[in-house]
Write a protein that binds this ligand. Sequence first.
Ligand code: GLA
Length: 546
Amino acid sequence: MPKKTIFFAVLAISACALAFAPRPQSPARPSSPAAFVAPAGPVHAADDGLALTPPMGWYPWNEFGQEPQNEALIRQISEALVKSGMKEAGYAYVGPDEGICFSRDASGRLTTNLERYPSGLRGLGDVIHAQGLKYALYTDAGTLTCSKAMPGTKDREVEDMAAFAEWRADYVKIDWCNTKGQDIVKTYIKLHDAQHAAGRPIVHSLCSWGDGEPWKWAASVGHLWRTTSDICGPGKADWPHALKMAAQNERLYAAAGPGHWNDPDMMITGMDGLSESQNRSFFSLWCMMAAPLMAGNDLRRMTESTIRILTNLEAIAINQDPLGVQGHIVRRSGPVEIWAGKPLFDGSRALLVFNPGTAPAEVKIAWSDIGLADSAALYVRDVWTHKTTGPQGGGLAVTVAPNDVALLRVSKTDAFPIPPIIVADSYRVALRDDRVVRDNRVVRNDPGAQTLAGTITVKNNGSAELPLWKVRPGLPSWLSISVSGNGKIQTFTNTVSTAGLKKGSYHAVVRADNVEPVSEKPMSALYYDVDLEVTGGAGAAPRNGR
Ligand code: GLA
């Protein structure tokens, strides 16, 4: 191994074990995006069915920066995500950001920092999956991560993506620090190909802060791309800066769609320094922009108001709409912004009136402002007060307080259904044949064929009744799956037979697909892992576990 590599490996371990070096510089702000451009070429998600609605979850950076990211924090946050009701509202992806703290061993393989992550990065993944959550990890496309405390993936793309697959990641954010001289398009294509070769379907989150205008090309290599610089420094919500991020992202609306999203960064809702109306406005803007809803606040200490905002299913319904259209500003009235251009799956439309000014404002909106006939008699649903009015013709007048919003749905009927919000009890089935060891003695060891079963229960917290999920064919011969239940709760029964299997570990990734019945749009594919441990057979399992 060349000496230089040894130096980096040692540096990485000590930097993460002690404290991070001060951050050299924050990434450059992207130049103002020019006119929006719809992405050319195939959409990555067409193959893997991932992120057909904007990803929802939590990432540590906004609140914590790199410290104190560790296993204890991620476990506590995952628990808070479940207890607060956020999981039931659709938030799923959770994991470390740059505090992932891996380093390279002598052979160049990424290795876990066991002081920070005692269960190992794979072990933490299993914990997260067992809670019915999805595992999000972090890396950088350059030579080093932004703080320079960890190695980047440059020239190790294949090996590193294989490591993420081994750790069972479902989502990987790929930063763009220390990439001097690298071609951004070629680099992210290389990472996409490496991930594909690793064989695990993973949401790819490109993080170049708008550098290289990813909205023009990244739909074929990733599922979302940052359009802006960091929304805040760690622990410091910055309202005026957040509004700039929203403005930069708004202009790119034509580039967003199912499986390819503009990402104006993690949310600041619930961070110190924001008023309730700012929290509500921020969340409404992110819902209207079909932005990824990655919470960035400390979920362990949320006020009731923050929880109410983050879990408002009526607002989330606008964000998670199966048509996947990003809304935009259609008119201004003084400082007030009128956002529309967001048709929803049931034929209704979303409408956001945002007042960033300093005085209350009354705004009149004609139905024709939002693309409807003024003569239409329409119902109006206020997503924050949960009240429906109408039917009324012509339009409506709303008064909005400073820094506040009216987030509305307008429809010919008063039904206002919620699209599918999918929540699983677990994303991992782990089975083991019944070899029982007590006091170091095998008390039961049946080498004969055994049939074992484990279930995954999947709920739909939306209002539509879903058809049964369809499991993709191509399962290994030891695994069979049946799906039963109704439009709201379905059970995947995973039956394995150890007949003919050698001693060893077996693994399969199961994919199931479904279609939202009102719009007939494909839903994000559902993936989970099945692990089988065979202790009773003879010999060793084949390497690929099949
Ligand atoms: C960049 C990203 C942030 C965060 C940090 C980690 O600044 O934009 O979201 O991941 O790196 O260093």
